[in-house]
Design a protein around this ligand. Sequence first.
Ligand SMILES: *[C@@H]1O[C@H](CO)[C@@H](O)[C@H](O)[C@H]1NC(C)=O
Ligand SMILES: *[C@@H]1O[C@H](CO)[C@@H](O)[C@H](O)[C@H]1NC(C)=O
Length: 647
Amino acid sequence: MAYIRTPVATNLRQTRQCRSSPRCLVVALSISFLALNWVVLYSFHRPSVDTALDAADAPPREEPPSLQLYPASAYLSSSNNEALWAGHWFRWRGLDSSYADQTTDPLRFDIVYTWVNGSDPALQQLRHDYQRQSPVFSMQGVGDSKNVESVTARRFRDMDELRYSVRSTAEYAKDMFRRIHLLTTETSEGQGQVPVWLNLPSDEIETVPHSIIFRNKGHLPSFNSLAIESNIHHIPGLSDVFMYLNDDVFLGTTMLPSDIWTELYGFVFHMEGGLLVPPTIRPTESNPLNVGEWSSLQYSNYLLSQRFGPRYRAYLAHVPHVLSVSMLSEIQDQWPEDFDSTSSHRFRGEGEARDIQVSFFMAHYVLEKMRETQLSSYWTYRLDQNGDGMLDWNEREVLIDMVESWNRGQTPNSPRNARPSMIAGYDRVLKRVGTPLSGSTSYRLAGLDGYPFLLQNADTSKTIPVSVTKNSEGRDVQPQSPYRNYESSQSRTCQLDLQFCLGENFSMPSVPIIPIAETRQIFERLAFKEFHCGDCLLQMLMQHPEEGGMGAWMPQDEGSVAFQRVVHDVKRYNYVLGTSDYSFFALQDVKGATNNLNYLVAARDNKAFFCINDDYPDNPDLEKQIFGIFKNFLDTRFPVSSPWEKP
Ligand SMILES: *[C@@H]1O[C@H](CO)[C@@H](O)[C@H](O)[C@H]1NC(C)=O
Ligand SMILES: *[C@@H]1O[C@H](CO)[C@@H](O)[C@H](O)[C@H]1NC(C)=O
């Protein structure tokens, strides 16, 4: 075991001392090179020796003061076996063969749909009654206009999408899911709507009336999908990881569990790096009935920004979303008031549309927590070598030297000896552990490689602006422009301004010790307030060529509680960004609808997902025509009944 650990696990201090001698440098580089190759090429043939076991016999070290930035929630309850393979994987990008060879039951996840039959007269009556009490509908110039009917009717119109979306699930996700839960509105107490075609009871599909999941029954009935989603994780018996679909989303190619989550790479999020949600609250709409999803997205990002830094965050693609019960509970514990107020908004637009959008919120929360885990692990367990919570000059000098050498290497097109990505060869790796891939999703970037939305050319000598500015030609200049997800993490560059990012005292040898409180302030500023500084520091640590796996920022002692805690959190917040071929469009008029639907028929075997929004204006003739075209498409595309349809 020493053959792998010794050369790679040199701590940064030793590496630096070594580098000052040319002969030593050559030796160090070639050893690291061999070690890196060893990790990458032979990781799957490693004998299942568990050095962490030996290390566990060592006398316990005193636990360094923690910044308490990540909750050390449940890692002790996780089985030791799990901690071991995960530790190997994250630290060395190596697989424990006993783990790789184990045959476990294939994972299966639950699927959740929200559904309301807006064509049901009982539902319409109920909605009318509550509209009269809602502040949104009593606003001047809004309440009595025809607008009310048209907007709400469109939002609730039932085009029988659910039946076909469930058919698509039955056909394409049959090896992925365990149960389907349909969240339904109650038109009378305890009586949730049931789709007419659904054959109940069934072991595989159930309806869950809202009163089962709403903690505060006074919020019911609810006509606001955001409010319903804020309670989604309360479905009894739901699998921890689950997939959430609106009924206008359809699957078009085979889906497997690895399209939403894997043990090694965590959650699979689909994000659109080219469509960014600002970190500021959106001005209230003059007509609150017209609020779309952006109010809630911006409000969600506003909350995230207060906690993790004011950045633009990528929109989630219109595909099925992966969610987690325990993650949503963790988030709800931290933002209880916002979950409660979102849940209380019976109609969209109430409460100035300050709603949490749980899919967006959770995905970005996970991204941020992974980043925070990595940065704070480095800060607490590596930078602060003696673990006293203060930074003395020797400790700071290691980082200063590293940054200066990194900055010199950051010229465009300069060849870099970067660490291999954690998702390099992920298809082979997953195959090795018996996790099949469907081909519907490609993994592009891994949270294990750093924050995926590093800004291009970010100036780390000043604060990044938040609002859009105008250039000399009067065009809008976006304040924040991240690398796109097809640009690999290794090819990205950044410069870290020591003075601005770490403050003056940090680089001054005449300041012998930076006390605990100031050390924490520097971290808060670097990691969150001036987030582009933290991003660049992380990029530097991730691309540190002399370290294999996650060696540059994980605690070095693999037997320590600190190491286990970091492994636990990395596993918990682990994720990749994936891409899939999918389509999203709205049915607006006959010609457009026909063309778009014909295109979907032609692209039949390629589209992993498609989302079809009915957005046509209220006009009975047009509605009938478009409904006919759409229904015809659905019947052609998904002709086979799902097992849960009445004969
Ligand atoms: C929705 O309600 C209408 C009116 O009651 C009914 O005709 C229709 O079948 C319902 N749709 C579903 C899918 O249950
Ligand atoms: C820098 O150090 C000096 C002296 O140790 C201290 O008075 C000052 O508050 C420190 N600066 C910051 C920003 O904390």
